[in-house]
Design a binder for this molecule. Structure first.
Ligand code: MEV
Length: 320
């Protein structure tokens, strides 16, 4: 039997990270330039229940029984078993690979969970609907990030641009005019959980100040939504810059990220900001077509470890 394979993209938050944890809106897109992949092979001669997992990116080569129950992979597999109402699995070998940088604000944990939940449910004969896949990936985010908003698992599961508010029904965004982004990796890892906890501590110490900052970010998100759906993508530039300044205000940028934002702007970007939890990870820059190469070169010269490009397009088939 051939392997059952499933892919999940990374994600980029265009606007509204951190404030989205406090029930404000965010805009996020799938990023298919890097992805997670789960492949499942039947092991017909192995004893039933033997589930072998190899995930080279995290140096894992274990059976399901050997995993801590709080391990994201174990949570995902048990999440699928719960949805099926089963307590054991046929023998199988699960191979997990990912090109998504870890702890870089691109949703690597959610992507691995989504790819695995999809492949496993397909292997078991009934591909789970997106809502179930999203539930399972959210459980993983809860384990890793304490109080996740759910935006990462949602945009990765549905693999379409989203306008997301945690307490409201999900809305997909209709991109009117394609636009180009450059993504630059600072090379500094920063797990999302501690960044979210740091903001929580500062919020608790001064809720009025933080609520005011989050409200300003909300206004930017609303304007950005309007530009994406009805206006001109060029107008997103100043909004990216303003959102970055507010993220600095809540203490999640770093000198390295600020230098990358600055370098992108000097090289002709229309706007730029950090993306994701901050503390390291990536920035995104909105790039006019004729400045793409310049901006990429400037980012590499300013210390980016790698750069990617992404074209944000009107609706397409989701990436699976
Ligand atoms: C992380 O990608 C986005 C944050 O807003 C956390 C969350 O939404 O759960 C920082």
């Amino acid at each position: 039997m051939p392997a059952i394979t499933s892919f999940a993209p990374a994600k980029l938050i265009l606007f509204g990270e951190h404030s989205v944890v406090y029930d404000r809106p965010a805009i996020a897109i799938p990023f298919t330039g890097v992805h997670a992949r789960a492949a499942i092979f039947a092991m017909p001669v192995a004893p039933s229940g033997q589930v072998q997992i190899d995930a080279q990116a995290v140096q894992m080569d274990k059976t399901l029984d050997q995993l801590d129950p709080d391990d994201p992979i174990a949570i995902t597999i048990h999440g699928v078993m719960d949805k099926f109402g089963i307590s054991s699995l046929p023998a199988m070998h699960i191979r997990l690979t990912s090109t998504i940088p870890i702890a870089a604000g691109m949703g690597s944990s959610a992507a691995v969970s989504v790819a695995l939940a999809r492949a496993l449910s397909t292997f078991l004969g009934h591909p789970l609907p997106d809502a179930d896949i999203n539930d399972i990936a959210f459980k993983v985010e809860q384990q890793l990030h304490f109080t996740p908003s759910g935006v990462d698992n949602t945009v990765i599961t549905y693999a379409r641009p989203v306008y997301f508010v945690r307490s409201q029904p999900l809305e997909f965004l209709h991109v009117r005019q394609p636009f180009d982004l450059i993504i630059a990796d600072s090379g500094i890892s920063a797990a999302t959980g501690p960044m979210v906890s740091g903001v929580r501590e500062r919020f608790n110490a001064d809720p009025a100040r933080y609520n005011a900052l989050f409200d300003k970010i909300s206004s930017i998100v609303l304007l950005a939504r309007d530009c994406i759906e009805h206006g001109s993508a060029v107008d997103l530039g100043p909004l990216l810059i303003e959102n970055h300044a507010l993220l600095k205000g809540i203490g999640v940028s770093t000198p390295e990220l600020d230098i990358l934002v600055e370098a992108a702007m000097t090289a002709g970007a229309l706007g730029a900001k950090l993306t994701g939890g901050g503390g390291g990870g990536n920035i995104i820059a909105l790039a006019p077509e004729d400045r793409m190469e310049n901006i990429q070169n400037a980012l590499l010269a300013a210390g980016a470890h790698q750069v990617w490009t992404a074209k944000v397009l009107p609706p397409q088939e989701p990436f699976r």
